[in-house]
Each structure stands twice: as structure tokens, then as C-alpha cells.
Design a protein around this ligand. Structure first.
Ligand SMILES: [Cu+2]
Length: 232
């Protein structure tokens, strides 16, 4: 193993619990770890920036303050949603500005909270709120290839990994947690117990071996018609 690979492996496996942040209040720690996406044979190693990791308190004192509602944005530009994945504490809002010179129709049929923002033009912005935790696949009813995900989490401790899967969740009080990880290609969310501070490396594996890309349905639950607007 080359020194570079060795350094990477060491960094990837490290669980570093830093000293508490200076200042008033209870002790706060940073939980570091790595998300690994197990893919089928022959698949190139995935870019983990599309994953989401979060902590849910499970021990005594789990009744913390509710996370602050937060507003985020997913742009529509060149018939794509940017970014592809957004994580918000449940109760947060996401705005969908249209930057294309034609109309889009943002919708989701996700169980936790379906919505349909209707058709709107360039320059217009409509927003949706994500009151209940869950994964909301977001689509456009005009352009079948537009897809993004809003992951609404019941916690303030949420992070997005770097491309190599490494992540850091800041501001975590000592205690017992469930560490959750999600990726759109994984068959199921990964969940593992975690004690903070702890001394074991945090490594979360997501199983994407059974993933098959499949077309989604339009807002009426029917296949998309092939139209001029949908040719890319
Ligand atoms: Cu569209």
C-alpha cells in the first residue's frame, strides 16, 4: 500500500472526538466517520456526496430541543435540479426557483407529504415545507429526467459526506445515539448505535448491490408521455 493510500485508509477509519468547543454551555463534540456504499461487481466506486448522515438521540435526555426550522434552495437550471440532494431538519422549507427559459412543475408523491407546486415560469420561485421526517423524491411533471431528493431528518445533527465518504457532525452532546445513513441507491437506510464520546471507528455501510435505475411515474401516477419537451 502506498503512503498516500495508507494515509487515506487511516483517515477514513479514524473516529476523532475533538475537545469541546470553547464557550459556555454543555460539552459539544464532533463525530467523524466514513460512509461506504457497497456496489455491485463492476460498478465504479460511488461519489458519496449524495449521501446523508444524521444522529438521533436514543438514551436518557433524548428529549432535546426541536431542531430550528431551516430554509434551503434547489435551483432548476438546464432541466436539472441543483443540488441533487438536500437534507433539512423536519419542519424546514425548500424553495425551487426556476432559472430555465421554460416552465417546470415540481411535485412529489412521497408518503410523508405529497405536494404539487404547479407549472411556473422562469424567474418564479415556489416553495414547499417538509413537516414530517422522511425521504421525498422530487420530480418535474414535464421533464421526466429531472430528479432530486429532500431528506427531512428529525434532528439538528445532520451532515453530508465528502466524495470519499468522510463526514463530520458538529455540536453533539455526549450521550447515546442512533447513527443513520441514506443514499438514493441503497436498498435501505443504515442504522447503527453510537455512543458519544466513543473510541471505535464510525463506519457505516450502505448496500447498493441490488440497485437498478428505474423510471419514475408522473404526478398522476402514470408513465410520462414522450413529448418534444422531454427530449434531451
Ligand atoms: Cu421541468
Amino acid at each position: 500500500m502506498s503512503p498516500g493510500r495508507l494515509a487515506f485508509a487511516a483517515a477514513a477509519l479514524a473516529l476523532l472526538l475533538t475537545r469541546p468547543e470553547p464557550g459556555v454551555g454543555a460539552r459539544r463534540l464532533t463525530v467523524r466517520g466514513t460512509v461506504v456504499l457497497e456496489e455491485g461487481a463492476g460498478s465504479a466506486p460511488g461519489d458519496l456526496r449524495g449521501a446523508v448522515v444524521w444522529l438521533v438521540a436514543s438514551g436518557d435526555g433524548a428529549r432535546g430541543r426541536a431542531p430550528e426550522p431551516r430554509a434551503d434552495t434547489i435551483l432548476m437550471r438546464d432541466r436539472e435540479f441543483e443540488p441533487h440532494v438536500v437534507a433539512v431538519p423536519a419542519g424546514g422549507t425548500v424553495a425551487f426557483p426556476n432559472r430555465d427559459p421554460f416552465s417546470h412543475n415540481v411535485f412529489t408523491n412521497a408518503d410523508p407529504g405529497p405536494f404539487d407546486l404547479g407549472l411556473y415560469r422562469r424567474g418564479a420561485t415556489r416553495a414547499a415545507s417538509f413537516a414530517r421526517p422522511g425521504v421525498y423524491p422530487i420530480y418535474c411533471n414535464i421533464h421526466s429526467k429531472m430528479a432530486s431528493f429532500v431528506v427531512a431528518v428529525p434532528t439538528r445533527w445532520v451532515a453530508r459526506p465528502a466524495a470519499d465518504g468522510s463526514f463530520a457532525i458538529d455540536g453533539v452532546p455526549p450521550g447515546r445515539y442512533a447513527l443513520h445513513a441514506w443514499h438514493e441507491r441503497a436498498a435501505a437506510e443504515a442504522v447503527r448505535p453510537l455512543v458519544v464520546p466513543g473510541d471505535a471507528p464510525v463506519r457505516v455501510a450502505l448496500d447498493a448491490r441490488a440497485y437498478v435505475a428505474a423510471p419514475h411515474l408522473n404526478k398522476f401516477g402514470r408513465p410520462y408521455a414522450v413529448t418534444r419537451a422531454d427530449r434531451y
